[in-house]
Design a protein around this ligand. Sequence first.
Ligand SMILES: C[S@@+](CC[C@H](N)C(=O)[O-])C[C@H]1O[C@@H](n2cnc3c(N)ncnc32)[C@H](O)[C@@H]1O
Length: 324
Amino acid sequence: MADLATPFAVRTAATLRVPDVVKDGPLPLAEIARRCHAVADPLGRVLRFLVHHGMFTEPEPDVFGPNDASNALRSDLVDGPRSWLDLDGAVGRADLAFVELIEQVRGHHPAYAAAFGRSFWEDLAHNSQLSESFDTLMETKTHGIAPLVADAHDWTRYAQVADVGGGKGVLLAELLRRYPQLRGVLVDLSGPAGHATAYLREQGVLERAEVVAASFFEPLPARADAVIICDVLGDWDDEDAAQILRHCGQAMEPGGRVLIVELLPDTDRMATFTEMDLRMMVYVGGRMRDLDRTQRVAAAAGLSVEDFTPLDNGYAIIECRSAP
Ligand SMILES: C[S@@+](CC[C@H](N)C(=O)[O-])C[C@H]1O[C@@H](n2cnc3c(N)ncnc32)[C@H](O)[C@@H]1O
């Protein structure tokens, strides 16, 4: 449980795309190193360690080949784990901030900024490669959630939805495709907002969509019958989450709703939930919440939770209205 060599060796091989390079069969180390833009001796030591931990084969000295474990990290695997482990990508890099977990727990400083000199969101804003990789990871993740959200709620009762912190627009595109009466607005920072316009166009729904680059820490430049906030509140502490929800509430048309989509704790998924909670703490100083805590944050924002629809994947739609 406490070993660090294995995860770092696996992530090094995944980042260098060694599983792709050897996918068709064993190759000499020098050739693997050449194709991976790496140095042969240290790479060989990483691969030999991994062979003895179940990943790759070494059929003869200094020749390495694939096995099931290495193939699981190929980049052509749809929804595979490689991009989450890529040390050059936003989440693989953010994992490196776990070295500062001890100082965060001691109350000395937030982990990510201590590791990288600025906050996660500032880092994305300054580095387009990181920002693109984050938006792509969120796109992959939300492909798994969007159809469930689209099925689980009665969207026919709305004319206009807003997806706040909507990323690339996967959820909004799914809703607009399924419900032709809907129009939608996506609000996010300028990087993801730029990607969202292209994505919504590709999905053929841009004529019913608007994309606005704005911060949800300011009053939102949009109004809607349903204001969706999906996988966003976990990125923030309670005070910030309440401020975001307050702005969502102010953007509701009379009689409208704020729909919070978040992973909730459930007895079968506590390992995932608590891992997400640690990741949120380390990456962005946020936290995962149970329904009670979400209700308290919503109340601080002038909203009351009226309904709650669990989804099959551990997420739920938490429906809020203006508190009476
Ligand atoms: C975890 S992602 C979720 C994205 C999307 N809702 C989804 O589920 O795929 C959080 C989103 O919040 C956005 N975000 C972060 N800070 C923001 C801010 N101040 N104003 C608006 N959006 C922000 C990020 O750009 C990112 O798209």
